[in-house]
Design a protein around this ligand. Structure first.
Ligand SMILES: Nc1ncnc2c1ncn2[C@@H]1O[C@H](COP(=O)(O)OP(=O)(O)OP(=O)(O)O)[C@@H](O)[C@H]1O
Ligand SMILES: O=P(O)(O)OC[C@H]1O[C@H](OP(=O)(O)OP(=O)(O)O)[C@H](O)[C@@H]1O
Ligand SMILES: [Mg+2]
Length: 286
């Protein structure tokens, strides 16, 4: 049975459960449940603190886990990212009170930096040869500056609202970009036993990602316009082209990126395509 770690709380928890549900896996009904078995899919889910997931996966007791890239790197656990999942996107940045620290990383020399991600920050400072102190706090680190615990913070930034509300602004370049990722123990793919089940799990999640980012597009066009139309909708392999009852016309079907669907529909219309439709994809295996 495949054993999978899933975040039990925080920003990752809801979207992770939603994605697993869309991929056809049974999920817990109550937020207090710590473990469930999905007998149909032969999978056991463990609901763990997001910060602990890389440690469990690195220990080899669990086959794979869903966590944040920033949490994986911060943990320094013996685990690696195998599939980015596109949700819980954020950047990890330094921030401070406007006018108190210069915009250069070197300006952090001698300062105290408060963060919940001590591993990422200490490594980033030492990689860049900056001698600064790091204070570990569990959360709500924005308040550390106001209360005099640090002059600088390093934290997750998504919209920037938390920083603005605390009267802070980012300094320097982002330390890293993060999103939810699937992780596994480094070198675990050499162990054949769970490999085919892991690959099946990844294919299911990839199917959800594709279904979320692509739509199916159908349209009719004149044979003379087919090459131009197909250039606009190349599909993943190649579009399906079928004859229409009316001679000189064909029906075309191809997957297109959802974000570009409206522009592609306009361009197809301009070259004479008609009956242009898009439909949602609910699941797929590429
Ligand atoms: N506002 C946000 N937008 C996007 N991702 C976020 C945000 N806040 C945290 N994350 C991501 O969530 C993960 C941290 O999860 P964790 O549950 O520890 O923190 P949280 O979501 O802030 O929850 P809490 O602090 O309530 O426990 C990290 O990968 C982080 O990048
Ligand atoms: O840029 P924003 O959109 O404001 O998002 C970033 C904030 O969200 C998270 O905090 P959370 O609310 O989880 O509180 P925490 O500090 O206790 O983790 C994170 O720690 C930042 O503070
Ligand atoms: Mg948080």
């Amino acid at each position: 049975m495949l054993r999978i770690a899933v975040p039990n709380k925080g920003s990752l928890s809801g979207p992770a459960a939603e994605m697993l549900h869309e991929a056809g896996y049974q999920q817990r009904r109550e937020s207090k449940e710590l473990r469930i078995v999905d007998p149909v899919n032969d999978v056991e889910f463990f609901y763990l603190r997001p910060r602990d997931i890389a440690i469990y996966v690195a220990s080899g007791q669990l086959d794979i886990g869903i966590t944040g890239r920033d949490l994986l790197i911060d943990s320094d656990a013996y685990a690696e990212e195998i599939l980015p999942l596109g949700f819980a996107r954020s950047t990890f940045r330094f921030a401070t009170k406007p006018g108190t620290v210069g915009d250069d990383l070197a300006d952090l020399k001698g300062k105290t930096v408060a963060t919940s991600y001590e591993g990422i920050v200490a490594k980033h400072l030492s990689d860049n040869g900056i001698d600064a102190s790091v204070v570990h706090l569990d959360g709500a680190v924005e308040t550390a500056i106001q209360l005099g615990v640090a002059q600088v913070i390093a934290d997750v930034v998504e919209t920037g609202t938390s920083l603005r509300n605390a009267g802070l602004e980012v300094v320097g370049e982002p330390i890293m970009k993060s999103e939810a990722v699937v992780i596994r123990r480094i070198g675990a793919d050499a162990e054949e036993a769970a490999e085919s089940k892991v690959q099946q799990f990844l294919r299911r999640l990839q199917g959800v990602l594709v279904a979320r980012t692509y739509v199916m597009m159908d349209y009719d066009c004149r044979v003379e316009q087919l090459e131009k139309a197909v250039a606009l909708t190349p599909g993943l392999e190649s579009p399906t082209v079928s004859p229409l009852h009316n001679e000189g016309w064909v029906a075309v079907r191809a997957m297109v990126p959802a974000k570009e669907a409206q522009r592609i529909m306009d361009d197809l219309y301009d070259i004479g395509a008609r009956a242009i439709l898009t439909t949602a994809i609910h699941a797929c295996r590429l």
